[in-house]
Ligand binder design. Sequence first.
Ligand SMILES: [Zn+2]
Length: 185
Amino acid sequence: MLVARAMAECHMYMDLHPCERCGEPYFPWTVHEAAERDGQRISSYEGDCPACGTRRRFEFVVLDPNLPPPALGGPEPSTIIDPGEFYELGESAAEATKLPGGASPEQVGDAWDAAGDAAATTEEILKFLPPGAAAVPVEAFTSERGRAVRTADPSRFGRERLELTLAERRRVLVELTRLVEQYES
Ligand SMILES: [Zn+2]
């Protein structure tokens, strides 16, 4: 059973797992069920792969269904997404925070969403660092994709570099929050 800490983590997990049959990453689920089982919140998503029609289904235990996005969980690290996967997600989110000149309010809104994800994924990587450790331990990389991200450049997972990245991504988030507020007022 997949144990997610928050609803946003379920969605991120599904984004990371393309169709088993054809590799299509987009999964527009049409059935969502939430249930209580043995005192735990179960959340399931079901629908057809838009490319090959295969019926797909994900089922999660959600530890804190009320935790609002972009937070992906409490202080404990994820058990279903590894640091390498978070790194990749964070890089593409950071890329999506860059605004073209004369951006529309909608583009600013999308960039603001992406900035929240970029910061949150970096916070998630830092949760895998034991106190005092200088880098994320190699055992934390449990997926093939995550291990490949680490092998490509292990320095990505050093504490100092991660903390600098987080500070920068939080700065971008503050800047975009200001812009969003300007459009709203
Ligand atoms: Zn498919």
